[in-house]
Design a binder for this molecule. Sequence first.
Ligand code: GLN
Length: 195
Amino acid sequence: MNTIGVLALQGAVREHIRSIQDCGVYAIEIKHVEQLEEIDGIILPGGESTTMRRLIDSYGFLTALQEFGKQGKPVFGTCAGLILMANEIDGENAHLGLMDMKVARNAFGRQVASFEVDLEINYVAEDFNAVFIRAPYIVEVGTDVEELATYDGRIVAAQQGHYLCTAFHPELTDDNRIIEYFVEMVNKSKQSLAS
Ligand code: GLN
């Protein structure tokens, strides 16, 4: 059986654990670098990317997470997690740099800091109830990155091979379709890594 970890330094950890379990997959909170060896894929949750980066550095996760991705193991970043995955951030230095894309933080402005909208997400759903909280958006993507969803002309979900990200919080609703999509990515990568 596959195991999916949730980086548990800060942010919406418990909600992701519950959604993974709802998909029938074993889930663990990742608090130490050594635990990365126990998992087949990882979710980087929403929260606050600057704080998360500080904790990533204090717990020695930066190169460990980059190596995890280089092994071909799937990584799914939601909201702040998406910011962590980008190789370019408008106005500041990048963090993990796993995906070839430029992101802007807090991009939907103060008045509409949090909102919900029904989104069409390629391969996943035609009507996904997406919850945005002080969300970033993807300004532009490299040629290897596929846009999966847009809202208001802005890219809010994308995939680059075994890397997936959303500007919204799928773990805050009962709709597990995008987590199921990630679970499927993990199944496929485990099969190909084993063969
Ligand atoms: N605005 C936060 C950041 O920049 C992300 C918000 C979220 O994860 N809900 O890190």
